[in-house]
Design a protein around this ligand. Structure first.
Ligand code: NDP
Ligand code: MG
Length: 382
């Protein structure tokens, strides 16, 4: 049966790869809604190829441009953040692919769940900020959250047919990023260009920097905690530079299940969309015969402080994961604009966590308030 998709963030790395899947599986998936932040040209190009029902451009100043670009086609055009949250709840959609970055995905995620749309989730920050709220909502509305993040897709696949009580622990693998094995001193002198050169994955700029600091792995621990309803002490990180094993589950009898594949995000995207079935894909592995080594190292949260920050906020709970996310969004943005150094990002996070220590959050409004305050604080610091 044809599954109708709303691809929120269609102009990004995950969004474009989701459209690749629509191209290769036209009988299974159709792009009904596309949304972009600022890239109006690509949004228009995608819309002219896929002829979706609706497109949204978040930046309202670009509405006219998109409208003009699509005027000869029966495509509805909207603009603004509210429109993105609105279209995420459209009845005409089967699945929402959430591929936006950071806090921006929170309200669309809630809107999709409340409208009982299946949620394929790449935007991990949503679970970092509001994991408890989102998991409660997904239970209340009986909406599955299907992970797109490769590690979580791997765990999801390893858990298939298993009982949660038989799980000893889950082991998230990490490539280690461009600075694997660096000392604290070496990390102080790295450049933006070096941080943007990920050894394995080609991704959007924010997650690429998060991978260099290991914030990404820290966020993934929190993401796993909520997706699989596991206590933090059952989630481990292991550096595995080849990125062939995407994560593992160890059971109480000592058996370990791992999911392996060549690193290609289209695979976890396809699995999230086709679950519980598997579909034939043209990006299959060519075999393991040319892979000579699978190695593992312990992660180092003492050098990569961002990893420690994630453990700390997960333990603190309340509004603290939201504080960490907001400070990190501002820090990464400033680093990308070369306003601060790699090491300054760590200092900014450390300071924010200390200034906002103990912040509680009971609901989404509290999270919006915290996000706002922390962003302002960090912008002043920079
Ligand atoms: P990109 O930066 O490549 O793309 C982000 C998309 O979201 C773009 O379409 C962008 O629009 C849009 N967007 C960004 N900010 C906003 C905003 N404030 N409001 C509305 N739209 C916005 O990111 P990725 O595709 O790399 O990552 C997306 C998410 O998936 C992230 O949470 C990331 O952590 C996660 N993820 C990504 C992986 C990857 O391989 N890329 C792997 C695993 C997880 P525009 O470009 O038009 O401005
Ligand atoms: Mg990942």
């Amino acid at each position: 049966m044809l599954q109708k998709l709303a691809i929120l963030g269609s102009t990004g790395s995950i969004g474009k790869q989701t459209l690749d899947i629509c191209r290769s599986h036209p009988k299974q998936f159709s792009a009904e809604i596309l949304t972009a932040g600022n890239n109006a040209d690509l949004l228009i190009e995608q819309a002219l190829e896929f002829i979706p029902d609706t497109v949204v451009i978040t930046n309202e100043a670009l509405y006219e441009k998109v409208q003009q670009g699509l005027k000869d086609h029966p495509i509805k055009v909207f603009a603004g953040e509210k429109s993105v949250a609105e279209v995420a709840g459209y009845e005409s959609i089967d699945t929402v692919v959430l591929a936006m970055v950071g806090f921006s995905g929170l309200l669309p995620a809630i809107s999709a769940i409340k409208a009982k749309r299946k949620l394929a989730l790449a935007n991990k920050e949503v679970l970092v900020i509001a994991g408890e709220i989102i998991s409660k909502l997904s239970q209340e509305y009986n909406v599955p959250i299907l992970p797109i993040d490769s590690e979580h897709s791997a765990i999801f696949q390893c858990l298939s047919g298993e009982r949660l009580k038989d799980v000893e622990k889950i082991i998230l693998t990490a490539s280690g990023g461009p600075f694997r094995g660096f000392s604290k001193e070496q990390l102080k002198n790295v450049s933006l260009q070096e941080a943007l050169s990920h050894p394995v994955w080609k991704m959007g700029s924010k997650i690429t920097i998060d991978s260099a600091t290991m914030m990404n792995k820290g966020f993934e621990i929190i993401e796993a905690r909520w997706l699989f309803n596991l206590p933090p002490d059952k989630i481990e990180v292991l550096v595995h530079p080849q990125s062939i094993i995407h994560s593992m589950v160890q059971f109480i009898d000592g058996s370990i299940k791992a999911q392996m594949s060549k690193p290609d995000m289209r695979l976890p995207i396809l699995y999230a969309l086709s679950y519980p079935e598997r579909l034939k894909a043209d990006f299959q592995n060519s075999g393991l015969d040319n892979i000579h080594e699978l190695s593992f190292e312990k992660a180092d949260p003492d050098t990569f402080k961002h990893l420690q920050f994630a453990y700390d906020v997960m333990k603190a709970g309340g509004g603290m994961p939201c504080v960490l996310n907001a400070a990190n969004e501002i820090a990464v943005d400033a680093f990308l604009k070369e306003k601060i150094s790699f090491y300054d990002m760590q200092k900014l996070l450390e300071k924010s966590l200390s200034i906002f220590a103990g912040r509680k959050a009971a609901n989404v409004e509290d999270l919006i308030q915290i996000d706002h305050e922390v962003r302002n604080f960090c912008l002043q610091e920079i």
